[in-house]
Design a protein around this ligand. Structure first.
Ligand code: PEP
Ligand code: CO
Length: 471
């Protein structure tokens, strides 16, 4: 590719960059990262790309979710299991609802760096750098802890590796075995009505498996585990560059070289820090460093788009990062807000349709719906989240397009960060367990409820479910 290299981004204007005092420390950290093995393989990345092509064509659905800001401390057994189980439960509900395979991508094992609206903040009268994520600086409110620390770059790699190792090990040991889905541990916080609906779905799946066994179809393969892919915002380009490798691309055919009969194995540049990376809404400038980095990697990529994106700019951006119009290579993650989606999404869909690009359309109903309570607590209303999703589904349907998936900030913990949902969490209740280090997340109960409601939109069975609840 013409003048692209893993470091060509460095000559472009950059937003949200990190200025380290310790330049030597940065070089040492990046040198170390360059020698460490990839966290994901090319085969896995290519498999995800193929699955996302199916999503773009309306044959599958993608569920992406996890923390807004992952912390190194979240790298522990209970928290990883809780998140994985929640994504599995939600995906089972969505498979049933949308009647399509569901591709699962977690915001995990690397979702550390955060874009911030202001580089500095004042806490208790002291001005200090804002918290930028665990791979950059510390959350503790002291100027010392907030100083960007290059040793965190290497620490980010090892925390990602440990998280990914446990994720892979638990999946291969049967955590997602469909033969015993009730062992997926419905949390104690689930309301009786959601538990009953979920149990009903699970028993239908069990019936189907029993039927397949009775008629002699082998169910031992393919239902005992599932894939969970990893993702994060590709914000910290020094880190991403160090883990970007020129590797044999197993899906490209060797081309005979002109000079001899020998064949050169085709290679591509892969970002090996995770399967899927996305560009945030604040770093997607056409001529900027992030777009430059993203245009050269073979991974499937996401682009966040909000109200500030014009249809013309959207097409220019797609042409830059996907000049060959590869279907499903780009996931457009729309995040307008419930009150704005109707104004912007139709224009974006129309522009994309007339450009010939076929992206995955994913709705992020979180980032356009953040608001502050009168006492200054950042929250999101469950009803706004649901409304943006429902509108996305309807607008895509009306335009002859597909809503391919949803992108959520959620946690397997029983936190109190978003208001509403069947549990009826109010603004007054937010302080009970408000533990996010960045944006408010759906808790386990709210996330599963949302999956049921979205499944209901697909099946148009909301009313039946409500009827059976009241019986
Ligand atoms: C995020 O996904 O946490 C985020 C910062 O989103 P956006 O770029 O859409 O603001
Ligand atoms: Co966020």
């Amino acid at each position: 590719m013409d003048d692209w290299s893993p470091s060509s981004w460095a000559s472009k204007p950059i937003k949200q960059d990190v200025v380290y005092e310790d330049a030597q420390g940065v070089q040492a950290a990046l040198g170390k990262l360059q020698k460490l093995p990839p966290l994901v393989t090319t085969q896995e990345v290519n498999n995800l790309k193929k699955s996302l092509k199916n999503v773009a064509l309306g044959k599958a659905f993608v569920l992406q979710g996890g923390d807004c800001a992952e912390l190194f401390d979240y790298c522990n057994q209970d928290m990883i299991e809780a998140k994985v189980k929640l994504l599995l439960q939600m995906s089972l509900v969505l498979i049933w609802g949308a009647n399509k395979p569901v591709i699962r991508i977690a915001r995990i094992a690397g979702q550390f760096a955060k874009p911030r609206s202001s580089p500095m903040e004042v806490i208790d009268g002291v001005e200090m750098p804002s918290f930028r994520g665990d791979n950059i600086n510390g959350f503790d409110a002291t100027p010392e802890s907030r100083k960007p620390d290059p040793s965190r770059l290497v620490s980010a790699y090892f925390h990602s590796a440990a998280t990914l190792n446990y994720l892979r090990a638990s999946l291969s040991s049967g955590l997602a075995d469909l033969h015993s889905p009730l062992d997926w541990g419905l949390g104690h916080v689930i309301t009786p009505s959601i538990r009953e609906q979920y149990t009903r779905i699970v028993s239908r799946v069990k019936d189907a498996l029993r039927f397949m066994q009775t008629v002699g179809i082998d169910t031992d393969r393919g239902v005992e585990t599932v894939e969970i892919y990893t993702s994060h915002e590709g914000l910290l380009l020094e880190y991403e560059q160090s883990l970007t490798r020129l590797l044999r691309n197993p899906d490209l055919q060797p081309q005979p070289s002109s000079a001899s009969t020998s064949t050169a194995p085709p290679k591509s540049y892969y970002a090996t820090s995770s399967h899927f990376l996305w560009i945030g809404d604040r770093t997607r400038q056409l001529n900027g460093a992030h777009v430059e980095f993203f245009r050269g990697i073979a991974n499937p990529i996401g682009i966040k788009i909000g109200p500030s994106m014009t249809p013309e700019e959207l097409i220019q951006l797609l042409n830059i990062v996907n000049p060959t119009h590869e279907i499903g290579k780009v996931t457009l993650i729309s995040r307008y807000g419930a009150s704005k989606i109707a104004q912007y999404l139709p224009g974006h869909i129309a522009a994309v349709q007339s450009s010939g690009h076929v992206p995955v359309w994913q709705c992020d109903p979180m980032h356009g719906n953040t608001q502050s309570t009168p006492s200054g607590v950042k929250t999101r209303h469950f009803s706004d989240i649901l409304s943006e999703l429902k509108q996305a589904l309807e607008i895509h349907r009306a335009a002859g397009s597909f809503l391919g998936g949803m992108h959520l900030e959620l946690t397997g913990e029983a936190v109190t960060e978003c208001v509403g949902g069947a549990g009826g969490l109010t603004e007054e209740g937010l302080s009970e367990r408000y533990t996010t280090f960045c944006d408010p997340r759906l808790n386990e109960k709210q996330a599963l409820e949302l999956a049921f409601l979205v499944a209901g939109f697909y099946r148009e069975i909301d009313e039946q479910l409500m009827d059976s609840d009241s019986n």
